[in-house]
Structure formats: structure tokens, C-alpha cells
Design a binder for this molecule. Structure first.
Ligand code: PLP
Length: 488
């Protein structure tokens, strides 16, 4: 399988690349992204065959159908990372919360957010490739709280990779911050930045664009890569759990093989939703993908009106911070798939120039064949958390946005899978508030919820509060470069 570019080829880069190339250097011509030329076929045979197989077997067979240029042994070792999940036999439990509604829990990995699903195997593969080529890579991440911990965790002590992670000081939960600042390995650097997430992201962009920083990296023989979901190496692993979740419903005898289901995805950068779209296109029986946003509802507007407009918007901080995004990278891959490279290039250029673009009515109709969308505000999210806690199910604020989509967007009463993207323990003060116990720190919130709702706090969360802090640097934006050079 070869990978091509969403905005066409500029004549300087190769017009198609192998998977390894696409993940080591993920930026394509004209600022575009890499996409597979084709998708493997998820026919009934494939699905039937995997009804009785382990998650890892499903993953390896799917990757095999994709035909990527990574050796089998490397892929095997990569998916063995799922052994570090709560239940290695079933890393992604799918549990009922309504008669026709099931939660696919993607958060049972090392850092308790769904980022582990892809970053765990991806991190192994990237490091292996770097070793084989005797190259050194730097991964830089600005995080609002979930990408940071998962990126540090997957790359810690991995040869030929260094990771620097910037987070907004005071802008994450205690648990998220501790997950980063206690992560002890030579190849990791964590820097708190004075400012909010926007400032942090901006500081990172400036640093990456600065000529002298590039020269410093070159002088040290370090190349830059990326571990966010612009990297297809993450997306490929985000197709697999959609297949698994469907198969779980067949195993549980909720649907018969071939019957369609809805999937509800709480979305930010649209990587998770894109994985569902590729699965649908490859033949998984999905009726429609329902997108849940928070009040930064640019995605919901786009899917409902065809207009993507961030010109009059400022980012609003919400209780579902991993979805606080205005520029959602992966819609570009959907547009490429539907409208081709030339049109995608046009639309993305329009967005860069004017901060908006508009689909034609035919294009919108095509988008709506696969997607529908809605959004919730924080009060609605809290009400959902409280209502399901009453029934004995504790969910995090990102997962909570899915319920409105489930209740209002379905045209057919068919089984529905909601994706739970984080464990409640990462957002415990919000959950405690929703349950009527407002506190300001995570220790108190975790203790209270655990007692009140009789749910366990996993040991990796409890352990954070006694681990030594190894990254205690908090700097002004202007001092980031100096810290980075020290580290390198
Ligand atoms: C990253 C994240 C999301 C958004 O996922 P995308 O693939 O970027 O749309 C949603 N919820 C949580 C908890 C996350 O960490």
C-alpha cells in the first residue's frame, strides 16, 4: 500500500511514499497530509473469521491486509503493548448502558485516555524505524492534557527518540500534570508554560518555525517528526478498535453479523471519527457516524451546514478540554477521500486565507451520507454524568457529550456504540461537581467519587500522588528555546 497527499504533489516530494516514510516525515506537499491510496476490504469473511480472535490477532491481520512496509516481528511487538492494558485478553471492553446503547471503553491503557490505543503501538514502531535507519528524531507536543502523558509514556526510554512536551501551567487537571512531570526518563523533557493552551501551542509553532532552532537540530543530527493525529501511524490503529467494537456486539448477540449500528464519537481533531469513517468505507456495517462536539462546535456546524467558519470564533475553555479545538486536522482526509486533492487543496487554502470555507450542496449531501453531528454545553454534560451515575455508570465529561447525539441524531432505533475516550479519574473534579460535590483538587475528588459511587481508582492514578516530580520547570514563552537546547 502506498500513501498519497491530500493537496496534491508539489514536484519536490515523491508523489507517493511507503508507510514508514509517511510516519517518519508526516508533512506532505503544500502542507497536506498522507492518506492511503486504497483501503483493505473488511468483507464478511474477514469479520466472521475474527469473531473468535484476540484483539491483537485482529490488529495484526488488519495491518497485514493494509500491506505496510513494517516487518511482521516489529508489528507483533508493537501490538504486544496492549498487554499493558487492564485486561490483556480484552483491552477494549464494550458495556451496555441502555438496551440499545453500548459504551466502548477505549481508556484502559497506561494513561487512562484513548490516546494510548494508537500511541502505544505507534511509539514502538517509530522508535524501531529510527533505530533501523540509525536516525535520531525529536517529537514535540503541545498538550491540553491527554496527548502529553500518552506521548511521554509510549516513548520513554525508547532508543533514537527524544520527546519534549509543553503544557499550560494550571491548564490541566492535577492527574494529567502529574502524569507528565513524574515521567522519569533521560529522553523526555516536560516544560510548563506560563499561559493557556493557545499560548503554549503558539509557542511551539514559533519554535518549530524558527531558523536557528532548525539549524541547531541539524547540527545535532536530529530530525523532527510528529506524534499527533496528522500522523497516519496513529490513524491506522484507530480503525481497528471500531472493528473490534462491532465484533463485540455480534459476540454479545446484540446484532447479527452484517446488521448496521450507529457509532457516536466525541470529536476534537477528528482522528477517532476518521478511523470510523475508514472502517465504514472498508465495509464495516455502520449506518452513520454521529459526531459529538462541545460548545466549540465548529465541527457540528460544518456537518450540519457545510460551512467551516472560525473567523468570528475564539476558543472557549470547557470541561471537555480534549475537544477544545477550532482547526480540526483530520477533516482534510475526509474531504480528500470525497472530493479529491485539487478541491481539498482549494478548500484548505481558503481556510488558511479567510478562516472559513463552504462546501457545495452536493458536497454537503455527500458528507451527510456518513456523518451527523450535534454538541453539548458543560451543563448538559454534567446532567448526563449525574443521570448515569444514578444508574451506576460513571463516565468522564468527553464521553458525556455522546449521549445527546445518541438521543437526538438517530433516525433508526438500531444498536449504537458510544466511544468513551477517557476514564473519569482524569477529570475527577468535574465529575464530582456533576454529582453535587464541588472540590478543587483531584485527591479529594477521587476519594469522594470512589466512596460515593463505589468505583475503584486504578493503581497508576493513586501512585501519581507519591511519585517524585522530576520535571519542575515552568517558564515564560521566550525561555522555551533555551530549555530545549539545554535538553538536546
Ligand atoms: C484526544 C481526545 C478526544 C478527541 O479525539 P480526536 O481524535 O482528536 O477527535 C476526545 N476525548 C478525549 C478524552 C481525548 O483525549
Amino acid at each position: 500500500m502506498r500513501f498519497i497527499e491530500t493537496r496534491g504533489n508539489d514536484g519536490k516530494k515523491p508523489s507517493s511514499v511507503q508507510f514508514s516514510e509517511a510516519i517518519l516525515s508526516p508533512s506532505a506537499s503544500y502542507g497536506g497530509l498522507y492518506v492511503p491510496q486504497d483501503l483493505p476490504d473488511l468483507d464478511q469473511d474477514f469479520l466472521e473469521k475474527h469473531l473468535s480472535s484476540h484483539y491483537k490477532t485482529l490488529a495484526l491481520d488488519f495491518l497485514d491486509r493494509f500491506g505496510i512496509d513494517i516487518e511482521k516481528e516489529v508489528l507483533e511487538a508493537a501490538v504486544n503493548r496492549y498487554d499493558g492494558f487492564d485486561d490483556p485478553q480484552n483491552p477494549v471492553p464494550v458495556v451496555p448502558i441502555e438496551e440499545d446503547c453500548f459504551v466502548s471503553e477505549l481508556y484502559h491503557g497506561q494513561t487512562r485516555a484513548f490516546k494510548d490505543m494508537a500511541l502505544q503501538p505507534f511509539g514502538y514502531i517509530l522508535s524501531k524505524l529510527a533505530q533501523q535507519r540509525e536516525e535520531n528524531y525529536l517529537i514535540m507536543a503541545a498538550t491540553s492534557g491527554d496527548t502529553g502523558p500518552a506521548t511521554l509514556e509510549t516513548f520513554k526510554n525508547q532508543p533514537n527518540i527524544k520527546v519534549a512536551c509543553l503544557y499550560p501551567d494550571g491548564g490541566t487537571s492535577d492527574v494529567q500534570r502529574l502524569q507528565m512531570v513524574t515521567e522519569d526518563a533521560e529522553n523526555l523533557k516536560v516544560i510548563g508554560v506560563k499561559g493557556n493552551f493557545d499560548d503554549t501551542q503558539h509557542a511551539l509553532k514559533e519554535l518549530l518555525a524558527s531558523e536557528d532552532f532548525k539549524e541547531e537540530l541539524e547540527a545535532r543530527g536530529i530530525k523532527l517528526s510528529a506524534a499527533n493525529s496528522v500522523n497516519f501511524g496513529r490513524i491506522i490503529f484507530q480503525i481497528i478498535y471500531h472493528i473490534h467494537s462491532y465484533l463485540e456486539l455480534v459476540r454479545q448477540k446484540t446484532v447479527q453479523m452484517g446488521e448496521k449500528v450507529y457509532m457516536v464519537v466525541p470529536s476534537g481533531n477528528f482522528g477517532n471519527a476518521l478511523g470510523a469513517y475508514y472502517a465504514k468505507k472498508a465495509g464495516l456495517p455502520i449506518e452513520k457516524i454521529l459526531i459529538a462536539s462541545n460548545i466549540n462546535n465548529v465541527l457540528a456546524d460544518w456537518i450540519n451546514t457545510g460551512i467551516y467558519d472560525i473567523s468570528g470564533r475564539t476558543l472557549v475553555l470547557t470541561e471537555s478540554p480534549a475537544m477544545d479545538i477550532l482547526k480540526s486536522s483530520n477533516i482534510e482526509r475526509v474531504m480528500f477521500d470525497k472530493f479529491g486533492a485539487q478541491r481539498t487543496g482549494e478548500l484548505m487554502e481558503e481556510l488558511n486565507k479567510t478562516n472559513k470555507f463552504q462546501l457545495t450542496s452536493d458536497e454537503l449531501a455527500s458528507l451527510q451520507e456518513d456523518f451527523a453531528a450535534t454538541f453539548s454545553n458543560d451543563e448538559e454534560g454534567e446532567a448526563v454524568i449525574a443521570a448515569y451515575a444514578q444508574k451506576g455508570y460513571i463516565m468522564d465529561p468527553h464521553t458525556a457529550t455522546c449521549l445527546k447525539a445518541y438521543k437526538t441524531l438517530r433516525e433508526k432505533k438500531i444498536p449504537t456504540i458510544l466511544y468513551s475516550t477517557a476514564e473519569w479519574t482524569k477529570f475527577s473534579t468535574t465529575v464530582a461537581k456533576a454529582l453535587g460535590h464541588a472540590v478543587t483538587n483531584d485527591v479529594e475528588a477521587l476519594r469522594w467519587i470512589s466512596e460515593h459511587a463505589k468505583v475503584k481508582v486504578p493503581s497508576m492514578i493513586t501512585a501519581l500522588f507519591t511519585k517524585p516530580v522530576v520535571h519542575d520547570i515552568i517558564v515564560e514563552k521566550k525561555d522555551i528555546k533555551g530549555e530545549m537546547l539545554n535538553f538536546l
